[in-house]
Design a protein around this ligand. Structure first.
Ligand SMILES: Nc1ncnc2c1ncn2[C@@H]1O[C@H](COP(=O)(O)OP(=O)(O)OP(=O)(O)O)[C@@H](O)[C@H]1O
Ligand SMILES: [Mg+2]
Length: 239
């Protein structure tokens, strides 16, 4: 049996009167790529942020790698081996590529000691970032900023990477490059939970998927099962 890395049990997220996530159940096993699909406002980012401890849980529990992590601080979650590349490729625009990467390794003294070695690995994985290591992040193209955002998350050497809409707003050839990198990461042993608007692309690469609608998981299964259900049309507004 594969080891369950992430287990989300009956998770709820509320913002005042808004119920963003309700009773969500989700699991990711080591080595998997799992995709979380859903329309705008379905609660995808809220669920990822709740796993990271970035928004409080209104109910339920999250376990990672055999330990309960809900209720702990985000730095603790990162040190345990789970990290998030947030929506909107947030980089520090006034800092260089190299300094942005260093921030990704700031969660513990041990990670900080490994900064140089990890950065070399990231430059290997993202040659464009290598060429631009001294460039200010704010002057990178959108695709390069997304690569930097992913590389920065990988600086903490995660077992599980949560990716929130990595392809949003990027040209098709850059999207292909990002998906090639996702496949390369899996080959390197990184487990991935991928939130995507582009259901087709996500289902092509994923082992399993979940569909969120109105804050609830309404469907889960293999890519074949999800495609056969036709539900992604309803929930994703696919054409
Ligand atoms: N900080 C916040 N305060 C109040 N409401 C919020 C907050 N963040 C999200 N929401 C609301 O919670 C619901 C779910 O939002 P969320 O960002 O999780 O959706 P999403 O599935 O990630 O959408 P998208 O595909 O547009 O990124 C939405 O109705 C949104 O308006
Ligand atoms: Mg979102």
């Amino acid at each position: 049996m594969p080891v369950t890395l992430l287990s989300v049990q009956k998770v709820a997220v509320r913002y005042g009167a808004i119920q963003a996530v309700e009773n969500a159940e989700l699991a990711v096993a080591a080595g998997e790529i799992v995709t979380l699909l859903g329309a705008n406002g379905a609660g995808k980012s809220s669920l990822l942020n709740a796993c990271m401890g970035l928004v409080p849980l209104a109910g339920g529990q999250v376990h990672f790698d055999g330990q309960r992590i809900s209720g702990t601080r985000t730095e603790h979650v990162v040190r345990r081996g789970m990290t998030l590349t947030p929506e909107g490729r947030r980089v520090f625009p006034g800092l260089s590529v190299a300094d942005n990467l260093a921030i990704g390794a700031a969660a513990s003294p041990q990670l900080r000691r490994e900064t140089a070695a990890r950065r070399t690995e990231m430059y290997d994985l993202f040659p464009r970032l290598h060429e631009r290591q001294k460039q200010l992040a704010g002057t990178l193209s959108g695709g390069e900023q997304q690569m930097l955002a992913i590389a920065r998350s990988l600086m903490s050497n995660p077992k599980l990477l949560l990716l929130d809409e990595p392809s949003l707003g990027l040209a098709p050839n850059i999207v292909d490059q990002i998906f090639d990198i996702i496949a390369a990461l899996r080959a390197r042993g990184v487990t991935i939970l991928l939130v995507e608007q582009n259901a087709e692309l996500a289902l092509d690469i994923a082992d399993r998927g979940y569909v969120l609608a109105g804050g609830r998981i309404v469907l889960s299964g293999t890519p074949g099962e999800l495609r056969a259900s036709g539900l992604e049309r309803v929930y994703l507004g696919a054409h």
